[in-house]
Structures are given as C-alpha cells and as structure tokens.
Design a protein around this ligand. Structure first.
Ligand code: NIG
Ligand code: FE
Length: 394
C-alpha cells in the first residue's frame, strides 16, 4: 500500500452491500490515501487520475469485510465433551456457561489475551475486519473488568455482559446478582465497554431483571443489546425493541407480535446466529419471515466455547442460505452492512465512497461460491482500512 492509495481492477463481481448494488465485472475500486473507499464502479468508467498503485485481482469477486457483531471471544478452556453429549441427544442449556466461568476465573490475564488474539487472528483470516467482543465469563466485579480489558486489546466494540447467568456462588439469589451487575460491576466495567448486553431467557434473566440491567447500562452511557428468544419464546425481543436496543440477538422463537415490533421499530436490528443453532442442533430462526416483514437483519458468529465455537462468517453465510433460505446477496449484506447497522457504525460495512476500505478478495468469481463451496477456504486477501491484513495481493 502506498501513501497515494491504490486501485483494484479486474473484479469479476463487486458486492457493495449498499442495498442490492452489485457491480458486475470487470469492476474497479479506488482506495484513497486515508484508507477509505473513494470510488467504485465498472472498470471502463474508472477515473483516469485515480490512485498510484494498481492491483489486478484477476477475475475474482470482492465483498466488504465481515462485521461480526456478536462474539464471546474472551474465555479459557473448552467444552468439546458437552458438544459431543449434545450430538448424542442431550439438549443445550444455559447452565453450561458456568463451566467456562470456572476455567476463565482461574486463567491468567496473559492466557486470556493470548486466546482472544488467536481467535481474532483466525477470524481475520476468514475475512472478518470488525468484531464485537463480549465479557460474560467472569461474573464478579474484578473478573468482568479484566475480561473487558482483554477485549479492548482486540476490539473497539466491547460489550459488558455481566448479566450472562447468575454465578454458582449466588445461585437462587438472582435479584441480588442483578443489584451487583447494576451497581459495582457496571461501575467497574462501563469505562471499558461501548455496549451492555443481557441474556433474557428462562434459566438466565427475566424481563424485569433484564430491563433493570439495560436501563442501568443506558444511565451509565452504554448502548443496548440483548440475547433473547434463543431457547424458547419469551419477552426479550419485545423488551429490546421497546428500549430501542441497537440489536436483539438470536431471535429463534418469535411470535407474530415480536415480528411486528421489530418491523415497526425500524431501528433495532435482528441479529441471527445460525452457527449456534447448528452447534446445538436447534431449529433455525425464520429469516424469511423477518426479511419479508422489512426487519433489518444481521448475521454474526456468536463465537463462544459452548454453543457456537466458530469464527467463520463464510460458514455462517452458507448456513443462512442453505438452512434459512436467505439469498446470497441478503446473506452477504447481513454479514457486512447488517453487522455495521447492528453496531450503529456508519463508517464500515459497505463498499461505497467515504467508508473504510475493509474488503475481502475471494478465491471465486462470485460471492455465491461462499455457499456453493461450503467449508472451503475461499478468502484470499483481507484488507482493513486500505492495508492488507491477511493473505496478499494477487
Ligand atoms: O450466545 N446465550 C448466551 N450465551 C451464549 C452461550 C454461551 C455458552 O454456552 O457458553 C450464546 O449462545
Ligand atoms: Fe451470544
């Protein structure tokens, strides 16, 4: 990358993720010296003065970098045995979170950081250029603050999820734990977080408790997100929309009223996490019903050691198309622009002038190959803010 910016040419298909704008090839993209997109369009209309260096991608497809708006990246240990038991028929339950809490509390900060960096690098290699990172495996004041300090090392999009489950030592004292989350824990964590999240689900926190957590977070200056309607119907989605949350996540078990609320809200994004349904062998959310109702949809990995141990957004896209009847343009848009919307980021997620030049060159002529060639490493080059961060220019 030169100080003068650069031009990509020979793009067989350029998905901008701005509405449904796909530029058929040969297309070109100009990145300015500040690492933002200056121009996109057909190669024959390329402005003559544009850019210094030129890279021909040789008939490959280009899409925006993935915006993974939901991960639990900071933890210790693993739960492969729990996953195997599930594959043998045991259902998924929120209680498994406590296994990871034990391992995480006894890990060193250096080990937690090393683990998070490894996963962040893995995600980058599969095309993720922005990822949200939650706490939630500490569940005591110092432990949650420590997880957020680690999260800040790998991302600017950090989320305080003290209200993940009630820790074992406070079992049965949910309201006392909510007091702690809204009091000393929030005070210690808010300076290190942009967002607050709560797991509103049977076995975790009910509507009143979730409301208290989110309102306390808002008073502390945090934006709102919520896990809801994952394991069964419940009040989470309605509560998130009512409070104007940026995103309600999972959205697997929705009532007609939930869909109406999301469609009427216009502001709250429904974030779908089909890798969690895959890894827990659960029914997938009804993406078509959401999209057809006009709800804004995002796709994210939910990377965590219990319910979805993957960082791969290409895998998530393949699932969304195969299992949830999303089209490829819908799925790519949800995994890029949708994630940016869920994080309320106007500077990333779309390949249009003024946005950060975060993009992926695929080892494929069209984005459809992300579903057509499932499980294959199709990410060739990853660019973030105009600089190559994984792979190399063709
Ligand atoms: O998003 N839903 C709550 N949290 C995670 C699961 C975490 C775990 O099982 O460790 C999720 O699926
Ligand atoms: Fe999650």
């Amino acid at each position: 990358v030169t100080g003068d910016g650069w031009v990509l040419t020979g793009i067989a298909e350029l998905t901008t993720a701005d509405d449904d704008l796909v530029v058929d090839g040969p297309a070109a993209l100009v990145c300015g010296p500040d690492g933002t997109v200056e121009w996109v369009g057909p190669e024959r209309a390329l402005p003559a003065q544009a850019g210094a260096a030129r890279f021909d991608v040789g008939g490959r497809a280009v899409i925006p970098g993935f915006v993974d708006s939901h991960t639990h990246l900071v933890f210790a240990g693993q739960r492969a045995a729990e996953w195997q038991a599930r594959m043998a028929g045991r259902p998924y339950a929120a209680g498994g979170i406590r296994t990871t809490v034990d391992a995480t509390r006894s890990a060193s900060e250096a080990d937690l950081l090393a683990g998070a960096r490894l996963l962040a690098a893995e995600a980058r290699r599969s095309g993720t250029t922005t990822m949200e990172v939650k706490s939630g495996y500490g569940l005591e004041v110092a432990a949650e603050a420590r997880l957020l300090a680690v999260a800040q090392e790998v991302s600017d999009e950090t989320t305080f999820l003290g209200a993940h489950v009630v820790p074992a030592e406070m079992a049965g004292r949910v309201d006392d734990y909510v007091d702690l989350v809204c009091g000393a824990m929030l005070e210690a964590c808010a300076p290190r977080a942009r967002w607050i999240d709560v797991f509103c689900e049977r076995g975790a926190f009910d509507a009143d408790q979730s409301r208290r957590v989110l309102e306390a977070g808002r008073a502390a200056g945090l934006g709102l997100r919520l896990h809801g309607n994952q394991l069964g119907p419940g009040p989470g989605v309605a509560l998130g929309v009512e409070l104007g949350a940026a995103s309600v996540d999972h959205c697997t078990h929705l009532s007609g009223a939930d869909i109406d609320a999301l469609a009427g809200g216009r502001h709250t994004v429904a974030t779908l996490l089909p890798a969690a349904e895959f890894c827990t062998r659960s029914p997938y959310p009804d993406a078509r019903r959401l999209l057809d109702a006009g709800v804004k949809v995002a796709l994210a990995s939910d990377c965590n050691p219990g319910s979805s141990y993957t960082t791969s957004m290409p895998f998530v896209i393949a699932l969304a198309v195969r299992e949830m009847a999303m089209t490829i343009p819908e799925a790519v848009r949800a995994a890029t622009a949708g994630g940016a919307d869920a994080l309320q980021r106007g500077d990333i997620g779309r390949l249009i002038p003024g946005r950060r030049a975060d993009l992926v060159v695929l080892e494929a002529p069209t984005a459809a190959w992300l579903g057509y060639r499932p499980g294959v490493a199709l990410v060739r080059t990853v660019v973030r803010a105009g600089a190559v961060v994984a792979g190399s220019w063709p």
